[in-house]
Design a protein around this ligand. Structure first.
Ligand SMILES: [Zn+2]
Length: 495
């Protein structure tokens, strides 16, 4: 397709992908879900056929997908899109530094236009990486005007979104029951492309004030997403309170769930809830060890997420890779502690691709629409193909290629609702320049509001002292080791 043809495709002309390795994620199609040398025909907003050498209507546009992997669009079930405005700023933060920055110090400075800016850039970043559905865990919505700004960005961006409305500076039992919020919900343009949920956390206050927020969710017919099992923040007491008051169920997503007891996992499993695992976040920020090793033993549904671009990009290739490795790493450590060796891996690449697609659809209650390439479902799909990349040949184990070989740079074409949003490696929808300009303005605003010193110190937290282990050996004349791994200078000492 060329640019003219893309606009024709976006006017409803059918599109056929020819000759791909198709990972349908639907076990009833092809050989256990895989169609080799497969075609996928898209008409309107739907997948209409999957098979080999499909007959297609006259005038169908063809995409040569040979050598590539065609799979359902990936689904990110927990992402604080607004924080993309400060992309990478918190690269060296711990979770407590994140909390201090957003909850205790600088959260109130973010204006509605800053929320909008972060969402605009985050939305494009997601579809560019083949993430066609994102749950925006939008907890910077201090006012309904902030909520309108978040919505405006999602409504006008390419992609499928669920706005999980939250307000980290407010009490959920209060804002969920305010007249302004109820009016916002009433006018929210809920559709298959734009969903609404509630996002709030449950402290372990035995009085369970969050009850009012759960009741609001039920009354409004909204699903709930909650950070649960976050070391030092939310724990088993929160799960028990939810359980005792009857607010656990399949409509609840537990984010991280990394520091919970067996009892809590059993309660989640029994209620049909799912867990959104943000492996890179759990590894680096410290919510707890990425819990897939435990979740799969409890039979709990898993989806994947990237959390926030203040640390990590919206890239589920990274999530899949990190998650598979973290799960295996945990199994090896456990075995070694027993003086044993893992001789066969329990978690396979295929399962992790499932979590990134159909697992996400199930977590969001959207599995009737997306998550698999099944005729009749919406055409949200990703072609991974990069003939210039030595790393994408040969494709012997396609799930292994997706998880351990491919990256966002290999995303060739992306469709959302049958609409081409990326083709030949370039975004063809949205306005990246406008999104960048909006984010640039937010960065300038944040920097000038905070002041240079706070801005610099916020980005470069103080280093802890690392005790060096004494070494009795001097085999050779080498004396340089004391100079290795010297910490960088603290910000105050830098010139
Ligand atoms: Zn989060």
């Amino acid at each position: 397709m060329n640019p003219d043809e893309i606009s024709q495709a976006n006017d409803g002309r059918p599109v056929v992908f020819r000759g791909a390795t198709v990972l349908t994620m639907d076990p009833a199609i092809g050989e256990a879900g895989i169609v080799r040398d497969g075609d996928v025909l898209v008409q309107g907003d739907a997948v209409v056929a999957v098979g080999q050498r499909l007959d297609v209507p006259e005038g169908t546009l063809e995409v040569d997908a040979s050598g590539g992997i065609l799979m359902p669009g990936m689904i990110d079930t927990h992402r604080h899109m607004w924080q993309t405005a400060l992309r990478g700023y918190g690269a060296d933060w711990t979770l407590s530094q994140y909390f201090v920055f957003y909850y205790l110090t600088h959260g109130p400075m973010f204006r509605p236009q800053d929320i909008r800016a972060g969402n605009l850039l985050s939305a494009l970043e997601a579809v560019d990486a083949g993430v066609t559905t994102t749950l925006d865990w939008s907890h910077g919505l201090q006012t309904v005007e902030h909520g309108e700004a978040a919505l405006d960005a999602l409504r006008t961006s390419p992609g499928r979104f669920v706005l999980a409305y939250g307000n980290l500076l407010g009490a959920p039992w209060e804002w969920t029951n305010s007249a302004e919020f109820r009016a916002y919900v009433d006018r929210f343009p809920r559709s298959d492309r734009l969903g609404l949920q509630l996002a709030f956390d449950v402290t372990a206050d035995p009085a369970f004030p969050e009850k009012g927020a759960f009741e609001a969710a039920r009354e409004l017919g909204l699903r709930v997403t909650t950070h649960a099992g976050v070391w030092g923040a939310t724990n088993d007491d929160s799960i028990k309170l939810m359980s005792d008051h009857g607010f656990m169920g399949p409509e609840v997503t537990y984010v991280h769930a990394a520091s919970l007891s067996t009892d809590s996992y059993q309660r989640i499993a029994a209620s049909g809830g799912t867990v959104s695992v943000s492996t890179e976040s759990e590894q680096s920020a410290g919510q707890g060890y990425p819990p897939t090793w435990n979740l799969r033993k409890h039979g709990i549904g898993v989806s994947l997420s990237m959390d926030t671009s203040v640390w990590w990009s919206a890239d589920l290739f990274s999530a899949m890779r990190a998650t598979l490795s973290a799960d295996r790493s945990r199994e090896h450590l456990a075995a070694h502690a027993e003086q044993e060796t893992v001789v066969t891996n329990a978690l396979r690449a295929e399962e992790v691709v499932r979590w990134a697609t159909v697992g996400g659809a199930q977590a969001l209650g959207l599995d009737h629409l997306v998550g698999t390439l099944t005729p009749g479902k919406r055409a949200d799909l990703v072609l991974i193909k990069n003939d210039a990349s030595p790393a994408l040949y040969p494709v012997l184990h396609p799930y292994g290629t997706v998880v351990y070989q491919a990256g966002r740079g290999d995303v060739h074409t992306v469709l959302v609702d049958g609409r081409v949003v990326k083709h030949e490696g370039r975004l063809v929808a949205g306005d990246l320049d406008a999104a960048k300009a909006a984010v640039g303005e937010t960065v300038e605003f944040a920097r000038s509001t905070m002041g240079e010193q706070a801005w610099d110190e916020g980005m470069h937290p103080e280093l802890p002292v690392t005790e060096r282990i004494p070494n009795p050996y001097t085999y050779t004349d080498f004396t340089g080791s004391a100079d290795r791994h010297q910490p960088q200078q603290a910000p105050a000492e830098r010139a």
